[in-house]
Design a protein around this ligand. Sequence first.
Ligand code: PLP
Length: 378
Amino acid sequence: MQVMMQVGFYGHVRQYKNIQSEIDANIRRVLESGEYVQGPMLKQFEQELAAFHGMTHAVGTGNGTDAIWLALMAMGIGPGDEVITHPNTFFATAEAIWIAGATAVFVDCDPKTKCIDPAKIEAAITPQTKAIIPVHLYGQCADMPAIRTIADAHGLRVIEDNAQAIDGAGDGFRIGHLSDATSTSFIAQKNLGTFGDGGALLTNDPDIDGRVRKLRNHGSTKRNVHSFGFNSRLDDIHAGVLSAKLKHIHEWNDQRIQWSSRYSEGLRSAANIDLPSARPRYRHVFHLYVIETKNTAHRDPLVDFLVQNGIDAKTHYSIPIHKQEGYPWGKGARVVGTVAHAERNAASCVSLPMYPELTAAEVDYVVAKILEWDKAAK
Ligand SMILES: Cc1ncc(COP(=O)(O)O)c(C=O)c1O
């Protein structure tokens, strides 16, 4: 009999311990500098982040949600405008559209990648449409060339919601390079996560950079001089943590990719589940490793079985946005056509533990338990 193991969903503490001296040194530097808000560490990290993406501007924000709506506002998108996205994403993608005052328009996802299906976008475009927000869901870049082509044909802006795929890439293009702006999130559980909340907006457009920089700081770039704005800054302590971690993100994502291959090889024979699908030549950085039960009725029993066996399995995201209670809360919202693939994804998804600090024994234990469940599944 296999010994019961506990496999957590996150590896934050393991990661901290692995590079503790680098993180602690940066935190100490900030503490001793006496500059904690919009100080030198934030400036340094913004430059490092922009350079990492091969882009010119990065603006740290309080979180990834704010980065999206700040970008929309900086582009002048708000009430009366429509923004197209898909409903099988974290709630914040749509929430940001609503915070900006715009209407969220939902189209279906691609059945394989779960990212927005570009073939569904054009039917949703109206004279009010101003932007598309593709989400690089689970760590896989959306089909950006197709999305950019549609956006150009209709004069639309594109904001990439890259909360989940930092250091990911497409076939021959990089995240951030085919859009007007790209948001990211640094909440603890992201591939590049701090010890709390944080976010950033990346752009090559100096106008968007300048506007977001001002909006995030009470509409101010000069002491005592303000226009309408908000308070949404990335604190210097978080910037220090992220600066230390940024140096490791590529190798950490490589490790995630290795664990994803180990899961996929181990689970290949399971008859009752579908495995995640990575586009050829894309760098899928597996923020989440999400399997789907072929029979939606199997999903909750599988999650229960894994939890009972010490494995912290979760679902991302089991209720699509348009099915949340009270939707759309008086906000502008439209679903265009069928969103059957998004709904199926919500009903069948199971996220397995995925972080670089997993061990082979832990991955193998998860595989063994799923195969055990699979054999008995009816
Ligand atoms: C796809 C997606 N968009 C936006 C966000 C919002 O980021 P934050 O939690 O930093 O506001 C998240 C994560 O939380 C996310 O996963």
